[in-house]
Design a protein around this ligand. Structure first.
Ligand code: SF4
Ligand code: SF4
Length: 179
C-alpha cells in the first residue's frame, strides 16, 4: 500500500483544565447508543475519566486499539505531585481491566471521532467540554494507506482472535439457521 494525503484529526487534552464533570462520557455514550441518544451509560463511552476527586486526579483517556493480551506495564508516574498508574494513560481495550469494553457483550470500544452516522463536524466530547480541557485540531499528513475497520469488524476481529475463525463461522451459521 502506498502513501496518501490524509486529514489527521487530533484532540488535545489539557489535564489541568478537566474538573471531572463527565459530560464527555455522557454525550459519547448517548451518541453511540442504539437507538441513538436512547441511553447515556458512561460504561459505553469511548472516552473515560480516570477520576480520583480526593487526590484531584482527573484524566480523560480515549479508547484506542484492541489488545488481546495484557502488557507488563505496571510502572507509576508522578506528574506535578500527582501519582498515576501506567495503565491510566493507556488507550487499549485489553484483558486486564473493564474500561473500553461494551458492557453487555464485552466487545472492544474504540473512539471513531464521531464519524458514525451522521458524522459530526467536531467531536461531540469536545463540543460538550465546557472547560476547554478537550480541543480539536486538524492537519494534513502523508500517511500509509490503511484499511478502515468499522465497529462490527473490530468486534469480529476480537472474537476471531479469542475463539478462532472456524468457531465464529460455525456459530454464525448456527445462528442463521435459527432465524
Ligand atoms: S470523539 Fe466522539 S467517539 Fe471519540 S470519545 Fe469523543 S464523543 Fe466519543
Ligand atoms: S467534559 Fe471536559 S472537563 Fe468534563 S470530564 Fe470531560 S474532559 Fe473533563
Amino acid at each position: 500500500m502506498g502513501k496518501v494525503k490524509k486529514k489527521v484529526k487530533l484532540i488535545k487534552i489539557d489535564v489541568d483544565k478537566c474538573n471531572g464533570c463527565r459530560a464527555c462520557e455522557v454525550i459519547c455514550s448517548a451518541f453511540h447508543a442504539n437507538p441513538k441518544y436512547s441511553s447515556n451509560n458512561p460504561a459505553r463511552s469511548r472516552i473515560r475519566l480516570i477520576r480520583e476527586p480526593l487526590r484531584d486526579v482527573y484524566l480523560p483517556v480515549y479508547a484506542g486499539e484492541y489488545a488481546k493480551a495484557e502488557c507488563a506495564g505496571r510502572d507509576k508516574y508522578v506528574i506535578d505531585g500527582k501519582e498515576y498508574e501506567e495503565c491510566d494513560f493507556c488507550r487499549a481495550s485489553c484483558p486486564s481491566r473493564d474500561i473500553f469494553k461494551e458492557p453487555d457483550s464485552g466487545l472492544p470500544l474504540k473512539c471513531d471521532m464521531c464519524e458514525d452516522d451522521p458524522p459530526q463536524e467536531k467531536p461531540l466530547c469536545v463540543q460538550w467540554c465546557l472547560n476547554d480541557a478537550l480541543t480539536y485540531e486538524e492537519r494534513e499528513e502523508e500517511v500509509e494507506e490503511e484499511v478502515k475497520l468499522d465497529d462490527m469488524e473490530i468486534g469480529l476481529e476480537s472474537m476471531v482472535d479469542k475463539y478462532g475463525l472456524q468457531k465464529v463461522r460455525d456459530t454464525v451459521a448456527r445462528m442463521s439457521k435459527k432465524e
